[in-house]
Design a binder for this molecule. Structure first.
Ligand code: MG
Length: 136
């Protein structure tokens, strides 16, 4: 059947809560307090950066020929989930309503980039002029 997904739908808030609980069990942080400590936020920010770097490193290895594209894409998926896990923990610390925050940011970006796209169409956006005298 086309489009059939045998896995149950999981709400983003459930994932965020699971990541938070796992973080309390697996890492040297205190998730029992209402207000996260600076140390906890620092730990998560550094871990997020570390995982982002691991994702970039995978792609670097592919580009320099150390691993195949297929190996890189498989490993990239793992590292992107690691990034997602730390993001979820930061969402939890901030008590973010991720869906609402995303919708608000998307609206902002839509207005920003739609205006930008209008300029691109008219050829007046800075940096997008063609070399040697394109549209001014
Ligand atoms: Mg990793």
């Amino acid at each position: 059947m086309s489009g059939f997904n045998p896995l149950p739908a999981v709400e983003l808030n459930d994932i965020i809560q699971q990541c938070w609980e796992d973080s309390g069990k697996w890492f040297p942080v205190n998730t029992s307090t209402e207000v996260a400590s600076d140390e906890h936020i620092t730990f998560l920010m550094l871990a997020l950066g570390g995982e982002t770097g691991e994702a970039q490193n995978v792609w670097k290895k592919y580009l320099r020929g150390s691993i195949t594209r297929e190996e890189a894409l498989e490993k990239l998926d793992e590292e992107l989930i690691d990034v997602f896990i730390y993001l979820c923990n930061l969402f939890k610390i901030r008590n973010m309503r991720v869906g609402e925050a995303y919708a608000a940011k998307r609206e902002f970006n839509q207005q920003r980039f739609d205006r930008s796209a209008d300029r691109h169409v008219s050829g007046t956006a800075a940096g997008l002029r063609t070399p040697g005298g394109g549209p001014q």
